[in-house]
Design a protein. Sequence first.
Length: 248
Amino acid sequence: MGISFEVTALKGVNRVGNLKRLDKGYLQVILGALEFENSAGAVYDQQRVEKMLAENGMLQRRINAGFMRGEWGHPKEYDYPNYRQFLQRIHTIDERNWAIHIRKVWVEPNFRLPNGKMICAIMGEVAPTGNNNAGMERILSNPDENLAFSIRSLATDRLVGGKIRKYIDNIITWDVVNEPGLSVANKFEAPSCESALVVPVQGEILRSLLVSSTGVACESSMRDTLTAYDAYVRSQHNLGRKGSVTRW
């Protein structure tokens, strides 16, 4: 199996009227779900995410220092002239497009949905911020308007027991996204996972980007990605398998 670099995964949708209100304008939300099959039958591994949240990587440093922010929508590949620039953009949180500040993220293995169903949820505490603050405030004040969060992540696909398991190697952030045509109740009952883009990438591209990178945060994030990529290639080599292409 190859590595999958996924822009969109682990989606969770919340009815804002039911969100837990906290101090300083923060709200408790569902950022995603683990150990829950998506429409293709793939499952996101709980232990890998818990391990990542406990590690001292870029994700943890951003949360601890108060720098963890999500954007208004995911970066779009068609906005960039080539894949190299798009890959660099994926690792960047653009100050001009901030929508939320994320001050806390944790995994809650036995989260009960309003319909009584239990899921393994990725929970977060978020508040509107940046240039999109007003838009976020309007959504949060409207109890009938949906609000969706989508992780910007990198994951390794492995075939386990005849099913695809996704092991997240790097989390960049969670962005605010739209889910047109899906009701809140249905999405709340069954958090879905989707892959928005599928394009090839090689470790050499990541290495060359690191050489030319000028942003410290972006460079650190890409280094985390490359470390995970190289670890996977080594593991496949040790198993006598060829390293395969990765995909977003």
